[in-house]
Design a protein around this ligand. Structure first.
Ligand SMILES: [Zn+2]
Length: 234
């Protein structure tokens, strides 16, 4: 299994790696900083180079290991490469992902509305939650509270726990560990100050003020007991 350095070194943008395997136009490396699509966070893009040739990384997915799709004829096994992550795109994902954690915690605390799904992009995000119907006043209130949390510059930290400990010590409604497949025995916990604690394998900013100003751009119904909220960051 490729060493998934994006989980530890969330602010590093370039890395050295060796090609372990090539499957069609997909490259497996011994280590990577490229985030694969998952948990509502899109994959990273960027490049790989051996100093002479450069390969464009257009897709990254994780199944049994992490696969980097390259646009050009792939490098040979054993090639040593420098990988570079498109930082503008990745950093946006980190900001949106951290904002989503705050929003999920806020909706649960203030509206008893548990998050049921989310999808973020580099320029917008949406979140689905169990709730009957948000009013315009609710949306304005959510936006105000969310921006207050951003301005508090709460520190974001993460650590690993074994699943048993995590399940017995953390609030199951917040962490949603029970939704993880049984094969996951180590859980990555992401904490935002004293406000939120969630199991998550995504990438996040180090402090909530990096998120920037949040605008709740709208809502729509997803069914009798489900709402979808959309937001944008500036
Ligand atoms: Zn997350």
């Amino acid at each position: 299994m490729t060493r998934q350095r994006y989980l530890e070194a969330t602010t590093e943008r370039s890395f050295e790696a060796t090609v372990e395997r090539v499957v069609g136009n997909r490259v497996v490396l011994d280590t990577t900083l490229f985030y694969p699509s998952g948990g509502g966070q899109p994959h990273d893009t960027g490049s790989l180079t051996d100093g002479e040739r450069t390969w464009t990384v257009s897709d990254v997915e994780k199944t049994d290991t992490v696969y980097h799709t390259v646009e050009e004829e792939p490098p040979a096994e054993g090639t040593t490469l420098t990988g570079r992550v498109d930082w503008e795109r990745r950093y946006s994902h980190m900001r949106y992902h951290t904002a989503q954690h705050l929003l999920s915690a806020l909706l649960l605390a203030e509206y008893d509305a548990p998050t049921t799904g989310n999808q973020l992009y580099a320029d917008r995000a949406r979140l689905d939650c169990g709730y009957e119907r948000f009013t315009e006043t609710d949306l304005a209130d959510v936006e105000t509270r969310l921006n207050a949390l951003v301005e508090r510059a709460l520190p974001v930290s993460w650590y690993e726990l074994d699943r048993e400990t995590a399940e017995s010590t953390l609030d199951p409604e917040r962490t949603r560990i029970h939704l993880l497949p049984d094969s996951i025995t180590q859980v990555r916990i992401v904490e935002i100050g004293d406000y939120d604690r969630t199991a998550c394998a995504g990438t996040h900013v180090a402090r909530t003020d990096e998120i920037g100003e949040v605008t709740v751009t709208g809502r729509e119904t997803r069914g009798p007991e489900e709402e979808r909220l959309r937001f944008r960051l500036d």
